[in-house]
Design a protein around this ligand. Structure first.
Ligand code: SF4
Length: 392
């Protein structure tokens, strides 16, 4: 990978350049859910083997770059797609390759995304042995009708069986992903989903608002007038309900969409919100290193072909100015409930338009200031996307 060594603005990068987060995009799923726009193909064993060979080439090429920069890996996140479409042996092989090629910190967080139905005790035993420390399970909802409407692969019963397997595996840390704003969802069905999720005592919960992305089945249905979406105010009510219920259940909200038990925040995702460096591998994976954002080709065949020729599959690259970097770290940092240091905000006030926008959010009590930090208020968190859009 062509990790840029020359920073466009020497000395301007404030990230912890001695460590990096690795993200691996595994581009396979059993079938595509109706709301999902991630780059993926439906699974096929031949393609998986070729992909793993290519990923190993990419891992080796990138390892040389990180080694030269003296960077170690402090978080690893294997997402997709569905990484657990790979056999436990294939996933372990990838993890072993990383351990061989990279300098990995002793306390490195190693997360694997999974669909609940893909989990079995044998599978988990093998990947825990290989170094996985955290699972992120795409449960989405505990309501069978809502599951069908989202086009999820498993029934509620199959999904619950998978979560029980995770719960009983001895895994110290697992997340459940949930979605609100599903067509037909009501406050009471959302409340049941939240309560059932909490009964499994996950260490972490992510609650995302449904968004209709271009090219998805939901997008097609919406254009045809066949999708009855929850209106914006209703969606905000569901968001507020999650905040209240999860607080009662003892979860601490640390980001707009994320809650955890003490000490169980997702360290990898915190890197994104804190403007720290990450290196993505696999088709369509994105990276942010030394003030430069770059992305891999979103095509499995081209990804494999490029790597088989010994070339890195990077197809897009953008070098951010100091001002862009400063704005982004404020906007992403404001997603965290503890917000950002005041001096990060002050650094952007040389742009008078930006300063006026920011001050109007302060005056409107969407953002609050403490002695050292600026953070979104509970009112501001309901409009986080709109505020972020204006401040970028
Ligand atoms: S399982 Fe996850 S990645 Fe795969 S199609 Fe469904 S939402 Fe997308």
């Amino acid at each position: 990978m062509n990790i840029p060594k020359d920073r466009s603005h020497p000395g301007s990068v404030r990230t912890d350049s001695k460590s990096v987060g690795l993200y691996l995009h595994i581009p396979f799923c059993a079938k595509r859910c109706h709301f999902c726009s991630f780059y993926l193909v439906t699974q096929e064993e031949g393609r998986i083997e070729r992909f793993i060979r290519s990923l190993e080439i990419e891992l080796a090429l990138s390892a040389v770059q990180l080694d030269r920069a003296g960077q170690c890996v402090s978080t690893l996140y294997i997402g997709g797609g569905t990484p657990t479409v790979l056999s436990a042996a294939q996933l372990s092989q990838v993890l072993t390759r990383i351990a061989t090629l990279y300098s990995v910190t002793d306390d490195c967080e190693v997360t694997v995304e999974a669909t609940p139905e893909s989990l079995s005790p044998e599978y988990l035993d093998t990947i825990l042995e290989a170094g996985v420390t955290r699972l992120s399970i795409g449960m989405q909802t505990f309501d069978q009708e809502e599951r069908a409407s989202l086009g999820l692969s498993s029934t509620l019963e199959e999904a619950i069986t998978g979560i029980r397997v995770a719960q009983q595996s001895g895994l110290p840390n697992f997340n459940l992903d949930l979605i609100y704003g599903i067509p037909g969802q009501t406050t009471s069905s959302w409340d049941r989903t939240l309560r059932q999720a909490c009964e499994f005592e996950p260490t972490h919960l992510s609650c995302y608002a449904l968004s209709v992305e271009e090219g998805t089945r939901f997008d097609v249905e919406l254009r045809r007038g066949e999708l009855d979406l929850v209106e914006t105010d209703g969606e905000r009510r569901l968001q507020v309900h999650a905040t209240e219920q999860l607080a009662i259940a003892g979860y601490h909200q640390y980001e707009i969409s994320n809650w955890s038990q003490p000490g169980r925040q997702c360290q990898h995702n915190r890197r994104y919100w804190q403007g720290q460096e990450y290196l993505g591998m696999g088709p369509s994976a994105q990276s942010y290193v030394a003030g430069c954002r770059f992305g891999n080709v979103a095509n499995l065949v081209q990804y494999c072909q490029r790597l088989e020729m010994g070339e890195l599959p990077v197809v897009e690259r953008e070098s951010l100015s100091v001002l862009q970097q400063d704005k982004e770290r404020v906007v992403f940092g404001l997603r965290l409930l503890d917000g950002v240091p005041i001096n990060w905000v002050e650094a952007n006030k040389c742009d008078p338009v930006w300063a006026a926008s920011f001050d109007s959010f302060l005056a409107g009590e969407y953002i609050a200031q403490t002695s050292e930090r600026m953070a979104l208020t509970s009112k501001g968190r309901q409009f986080a996307d709109e505020i972020g859009y204006q401040l970028l």
